[in-house]
Design a protein around this ligand. Structure first.
Ligand code: ADP
Length: 742
């Protein structure tokens, strides 16, 4: 339903509800209010009526009071003089005072004077009898009461006002000599006058015709135009009539008018309000919404007509239009993005197809539900030698792994993936070996199988060839191994021969060498002592003599060197062939250093420019080793240090380095070139030195090699730090004695 109709319906419904509510309000509140007001008014009228009657009774009371408290009346009761009666109780008095009866009694309640008269023809004796009855016997009750008693009586078909007063002196003194009662008829004229005073017609209803004395005041309808109020009217003798006041229904009519005008006013206001609201909605909402709808429909019909709607104003509809424009812009942007994305996807799909087709492995895409090949790349088709239509749409077992029907590792054996050797059925009916890997892939929420197949015929051929080569190689290796084993055997034999040769050659060399050295020294000594002085006297021979002496010295020096070489070789050989005898014992460092230093005690005399400094060894440092071998290392290092140092000092020290004793021999000599540092511990390695070459200090090149063998034997390490022209520091470590060695 259109919003416009809904709002009209809503307006009508709202009006109906408001109008009904108003009617209920009119009936139950306005009209009921006026009704209550009317009732109050009637009750007020009854009250006024009673007041009016009381006023008249009060007037009568005053009159009686005047007469009863008059000395003449007082005297009359006592002496009953006719003068008083004849001059006062005349017909004129009755008329002037508007009375219908006067009754005077003495203190014994005997009527002294009693007369009743009526302007209308009525039976006075009967009236008097009734009045005498009603007013009799009252004196005892009002004796002390100067006020007397008054009220209404209904006698002879008419209501009367009756007032009784005690008869006193003019000063109001007693004792009361009797009572005086005056009676006045409530004539229709008086009732009419009361009605005028009240403002509404009043009627006094005789006893027995209306409400009794016990009745409450009641208000009752009296036709459409009037309402009556009835109140009880009690008489002195206990009978009860009622007062009836008739009130026009002006107030109710006014209330009805007010309610009606009100309803009409409300209805008119509602109509005007609804009309105004409708017009407001029409111009401010419906028309603009319809315009918005028309513009949106136009954009929908022709999306190129624009990307915005126009609605004036700053309210919610304008805001809605603004939001709609933003949404349109957003949709437009996202549409363009989608187009760009779609183009990108299409391009990447093309690229993917190109990539797949250019791959040199076969790719198959399989739908697991019916095991159908749904895509194949160019290489897969080429491998199978088939066209695309022969492959796509076919069951995968017809192409790959023909022998594996119902044995598919993925679909039948529920493996998550598979990598195995299979066979591809070619168009010619043959098979080619392939390596196939299969895994699940997801395409737009659909799980597919991606098979990658690689032709491994070449690899298998190569593998077969390799196996052949391997077999050949294995044969060759076996042959070579047996040859090497034989060569090794020969080497061991040779090594043994070398060791034997070295040891026996060294031993054999040592004996003649000792003799040579002994004889050379003897010859040298004899020559220098005996022949040289004689021969030098002969001048022509003197250069030859010096030459001879020098040659002798060279022979000695070389023989000595040969001796050292033989000794060193023997030592090295012993260590290498494991035939060295190691006499290990706990060694104290201080003793070791001292005895090594002692060897060089005479060194200062020979080379005073180089001082030997021995740092004190820390107490308690003990190693377990052969003292001679450790001495041999220290002496070798010290010897080298002195040999290669021309000035400065040679310092010997030992310190603790963890579980090792670290020995250090430092000199301030020529140092070792960086390129030679690594090799100085090799056998026969010597740094080239022209000066030493021909000196007696020319070594064997075996000292440091022996040092390394000895240090290694004990599980230590020897190394050198050196700087050319500054000096060298040789460091080696030997494990400290452990408690379990003690
Ligand atoms: P050699 O008998 O020649 O001294 P070594 O094996 O003891 O044989 O030493 C090898 C070479 O190392 C030496 O020839 C020498 O050139 C070098 N060398 C050893 N100690 C020192 C040192 N303290 N200062 C300089 N060069 C040294």
């Amino acid at each position: 339903m259109k919003l416009r109709y809904i709002s009209v319906l809503a307006g009508l419904l709202l009006s109906a509800v408001i109008f009904t509510g108003h009617l209920l309000f009119s009936n139950h509140v306005i009209r009921a209010g006026f009704s209550a007001l009317e009732r109050q008014h009637v009750l007020g009228a009854l009250d006024s009526t009673r007041h009016e009657l009381q006023n008249r009774l009060d007037q009568l009371n005053d009159t009686v009071n005047d007469w009863a408290t008059w000395d003449d009346t007082y005297a009359y009761v006592r002496d009953r003089n006719s003068e008083y009666r004849d001059s006062n109780l005349l017909d004129e008095t009755f008329e002037a005072l508007g009375l219908c009866a006067i009754i005077i009694r003495d203190s014994d309640d005997q009527a002294v004077f009693a007369r009743a008269m009526s302007s209308r023809e009525r039976n006075e004796p009967e009236l008097l009898t009734e009045l005498l009855r009603i007013t009799g016997g009252i004196l005892p009750a009002i004796k002390g009461d100067r006020g007397g008693r008054g009220g209404i009586v209904y006698v002879g078909g008419e209501y009367h006002l009756v007032s009784l007063r005690p008869i006193l002196t003019s000063e109001g003194l007693g004792p009361p000599r009797g009572t005086m009662a005056m009676v006045r008829i409530i004539t229709p004229e008086m009732v009419e006058a009361i009605g005028r005073g009240v403002g509404h017609p009043v009627r006094l209803i005789p006893p027995g015709e209306g409400a009794t004395a016990d009745d409450e005041e009641t208000v009752a309808d009296a036709g459409e135009a009037a309402v009556v109020g009835i109140a009880p009217l009690r008489t002195l003798d206990g009978t009860s009539g009622s007062i009836r006041v008739t009130v026009n229904r002006d107030m109710t009519a006014y209330g009805d008018k007010v309610a009606t005008y009100n309803s009409v006013g409300i209805a008119l206001a509602m109509i005007l309000l609804c009309l105004g609201a409708y017009l407001l909605l029409h111009f401010k909402v419906f028309r603009r919404l319809e315009s918005l709808d028309a513009q949106i429909a136009a954009i929908r019909r022709n999306p190129d007509s624009g990307t915005a709607v126009a609605v004036r104003g700053t309210d919610e509809i304008a805001a809605l239009a603004g939001s709609f424009n933003s949404l349109l812009a957003e949709i437009d942007r996202s549409h363009r993005d989608q187009l760009a994305q779609a183009a990108e996807i299409a391009s990447s799909e093309r690229f993917l197809h190109q990539v797949l087709d250019s791959l040199s492995v076969g790719i198959l895409l399989i739908r697991p539900s019916d095991r159908t090949i749904i895509a194949a790349n160019r290489h897969a088709l080429a491998m199978a030698g088939r066209g695309r239509e022969e492959v796509v749409g076919k069951i995968c077992h017809r192409l790959t792994c023909p022998a594996q029907i119902d044995q598919c590792p993925i679909l039948d054996r529920r493996q998550p993936e598979d990598l195995s050797r299979r066979e591809l059925l070619t168009a010619s009916g043959g098979t080619i070996p392939i390596m196939k890997s299969v895994a699940y892939v997801d395409r737009n929420g659909e799980r597919l199988l991606l098979e990658t197949i690689v032709d491994i015929s070449e690899i298998e051929r190569s593998r077969r060839e390799l196996e052949k080569i391997k077999e050949g190689l294995e044969a060759t290796v076996a042959a070579r191994t047996s040859e090497l084993a034989k060569a090794n055997q020969d080497l061991i034999v040779l090594d043994k021969a070398k060791t034997l040769f070295l040891s026996s050659a060294s031993h054999e060399l040592r004996t003649p060498l000792t003799s040579i050295l002994g004889f050379v020294k003897l010859m040298e000594r004899r020559f220098s002592n005996s022949f040289a002085p004689i021969l030098e006297e002969y001048a022509p021979l003197s250069p030859r003599v010096r030459q001879f002496a020098e040659n002798m010295a060279i022979v000695r020096s070389e023989a000595e060197r040969l001796g050292r070489l033989v000794n060193d070789l023997l030592d090295l050989n012993k260590i290498e062939s494991d035939s060295m005898e190691w006499r290990d014992e706990p060694l104290d460092m201080a003793t070791l250093l001292t005895s090594a230093a002692e060897v060089f005690a005479g060194q200062e005399a020979e080379k005073p420019e180089v001082a030997l400094v021995v740092d004190p060894a820390p107490a308690g440092l003990t190693i377990v080793a052969d003292a001679d071998r450790i001495q041999q290392v220290l002496i070798n290092l010290l010897n080298n240090a002195f040999k290669f140092t021309q000035q400065g000092e040679v310092r010997l020290s030992v310190v603790r380095d963890g579980d090792f004793a670290r020995f250090r021999v430092r000199d301030t000599g020529r140092g070792i070139p960086a390129e030679d540092v690594e090799q100085v511990f090799d056998i026969f390695y010597q740094v080239w030195d022209e000066n030493l070459r021909n000196s007696h200090q020319f070594g064997t090149g075996l000292g440091l090699a022996i040092c390394r063998q000895i240090v290694s034997h004990y599980g230590g390490v020897i190394r050198v730090e050196s700087e050319l022209g500054v000096g060298s520091t040789f460091l080696f470590t030997i494990p400290l004695m452990q408690p379990e060695d003690a």
